[in-house]
Design a binder for this molecule. Structure first.
Ligand SMILES: Cc1cc2nc3c(=O)[nH]c(=O)nc-3n(C[C@H](O)[C@H](O)[C@H](O)COP(=O)(O)OP(=O)(O)OC[C@H]3O[C@@H](n4cnc5c(N)ncnc54)[C@H](O)[C@@H]3O)c2cc1C
Length: 259
């Protein structure tokens, strides 16, 4: 008689969620993980009192009916608490600097030369006005909209890093639209279907839709309105999955049976 209905190779979040869904449908599952940790990319640890996440730093598009929400609602025995993401900071020689979220933030961000900040602020304003009047910026890259002959290499490095941070791609591959959405400048940063649920997101949506894009450029206080962070770090999601796995799931780490 066969011992398992399915064998899942890899105990990252995908493998663990697969094991959860299959086992809650009555299947006997074996999970094989070759490393020592379950969750792999999706993990957290503490350094000098700071919580550090190994891979994902936030959960975006956490909306009703979205893939993660669907899996959590239907298969987890408890759902981690998601909190507002807060601010992004850049570590510099002179301490932590807040990542700008509006025009005055870009103008006063003293880690870049003053002239460069003025050029960035000018380009940002121009692009946002174009967006407000309906220009499609989904095919215009961040690289294309800045005059690189007039900007320092520090600014190029900063812009490229910021693009990688928000989109996982370089400034040549990141669209202006992606930056606006990721930076909380445009309405798409908030999911209407979440907001209409009249839950914790509703006030954010109401607050954000009151203002035009250009007004938000002048006075935007948040990087994004649709990113949330599991309290206790990304590992909280892995812990909730592990807690919810039925006894019909066996996990082997490096050949050693865990459950
Ligand atoms: C720096 C970084 C930032 C990220 N930021 C975000 C973010 O902000 N938001 C977001 O949603 N996502 C983000 N991601 C993506 C997210 O981390 C991954 O999509 C997700 O964690 C991948 O999970 P996984 O289980 O598919 O893969 P993995 O976490 O890679 O797990 C795969 C597992 O399979 C095991 N394995 C492989 N082959 C074998 C084998 N032959 N035998 C046994 N075991 C095997 C590996 O050891 C590993 O444990 C980020 C990723 C990185 C790296």
């Amino acid at each position: 008689m066969k011992k398992y209905d399915s064998i899942v190779v890899g105990g990252g979040i995908s493998g663990l969620l697969s094991a959860l869904v299959l086992s809650k449908s009555g299947k006997k599952i074996l999970v094989l993980e070759r490393n020592e940790n379950l969750g792999n990319n999706c993990n957290s640890y503490v350094v000098d009192g700071y919580q550090v996440d190994t891979g994902p730093h936030a959960i975006t598009q956490l909306r009703k009916g979205g893939p993660l929400t669907y899996l959590m609602d239907n298969y987890l025995d408890y759902i981690p608490v998601f909190v507002d993401y807060g601010e992004y900071f850049i570590r510099t020689e002179n301490g932590l600097k807040k990542v700008p979220t509006d025009l005055s933030g870009y103008l006063t961000m003293d880690i870049l030369p003053r002239k460069d900040r003025l050029i960035i602020a000018q380009a940002l304003t121009k692009m946002l006005v174009m967006w407000q009047f309906g220009t499609d910026l989904s095919k215009t890259s961040v690289y294309e909209c800045l005059p690189w002959d007039n900007l320092s290499s520090d600014t190029a490095d900063f812009t490229d890093t910021f693009c990688y941070f928000l989109s996982g791609r370089s400034m040549k591959e990141t669209s202006v639209q992606r930056m606006f959405v990721g930076g909380g400048f445009v309405e798409e940063s908030i999911q209407k279907d979440i907001a209409h649920e009249k839950n914790q997101y509703y006030n954010l949506y109401e607050e954000a839709k009151k203002v035009s894009y250009v007004s938000r450029l002048l006075n935007n206080k948040k990087v994004s309105y649709n990113q949330f962070y599991p309290r206790d770090g990304l590992k909280a999601i892995v812990n909730a999955i592990l807690y919810s796995l039925p006894k019909t799931v066996e996990i082997k780490i490096n050949g050693i049976v865990l459950t």
